[in-house]
Design a protein around this ligand. Structure first.
Ligand code: 13P
Length: 256
């Protein structure tokens, strides 16, 4: 983390968990901690249907509500899709784009990720762009090449005056939901490489201002060590974001 230059962000990705009632209760329980957490932004990326209840429950708090996906067109004949404009209208501030589960199950590519990033920025949302390698890629020592390409493609067409609204999440696929976490050194190395790509594209000053998160089995036990890396500016948390206690502990770890 580097609080001098950029925000720390602790973001929960609820995936397909928690119903509207559970979402509301979760946010009400989290409120006091979020009030104290001046050192970081707290984001909850909830299922689409839970957005209205979550936005309502989080009103007047420092908790921002995010979505987990969006379409890249503002409107049109796209059955089952939700546009960035619709999300913004509903009170959403952040949107996760290119999560590896969607790349795997929903044919998301670096190209569609790029289109969605541009659409999100156009609608006034803050995209959280997910990148990361498979175990096979890591074993073949191409992690940095793969991640650099993912970042560069995702940012194609993003203007200098937009890049501060972008957050990048490094999520090694082999660490998601597996209980295996990247070591602090592995996370730090890749996040540093990501910042270097941003620096080459936007210059040192703007690169310093972009928050880069780590995601993949982040939990109460490992959060502090991961967050101590200079280029790890927060976490994108799946499993441990479903219980208020563990999520709060991670927010607390961001304060060390
Ligand atoms: P876990 O924290 O459950 O590994 O999930 C990480 C993730 O996919 C966040 O987007």
């Amino acid at each position: 983390m580097n609080l001098k230059y950029r925000k720390t962000i602790i973001a929960g990705n609820w995936k397909m968990h928690l119903n509207a009632d559970e979402a509301k209760k979760f946010i009400l329980r989290l409120k006091p901690k979020a009030v104290q957490a001046r050192w970081c932004d707290v984001v909850l990326c909830v299922p689409f249907l839970q957005i209205p209840a979550a936005v309502k429950a989080a009103k007047g708090t420092r908790i921002a509500i995010g979505a987990q996906n969006c379409h890249y067109e503002p409107k049109g004949a796209y059955t089952g899709e939700i546009s960035c404009e619709m999300l913004a209208e509903a009170g959403v501030k952040y949107v996760i784009i290119g999560h590896s589960e969607r790349r795997r199950d929903n044919n998301e590519t670096d190209t569609t990720v790029n289109k969605k990033v541009l659409a999100a920025l156009q609608a006034g949302l803050k995209p959280i762009i997910c990148v990361g390698e498979s175990l096979e890629m890591r074993d073949n020592d191409v992690t940095l090449d793969v991640v650099r390409m993912q970042v560069k493609t995702a940012l194609r067409g993003v203007m200098h005056d937009q890049i501060r609204r972008v957050t990048i999440a490094y999520e090694p696929i082999w660490a998601i939901g597996t209980g295996y976490t990247a070591t602090a050194e592995q996370a730090g190395e890749v996040c540093e490489a990501i910042r270097e790509v941003v620096r080459q594209l936007y210059g040192a000053r703007l690169a310093r201002a972009v928050s880069i998160l780590y995601g993949g089995s982040m939990n109460t036990a490992n959060a502090a060590e991961l967050l101590a890396q200079p280029d790890v500016d927060g976490g994108l948390i799946g499993g441990a974001s479903l219980k208020t206690e563990s999520f709060e502990d991670i927010i607390e770890a961001a304060n060390q």
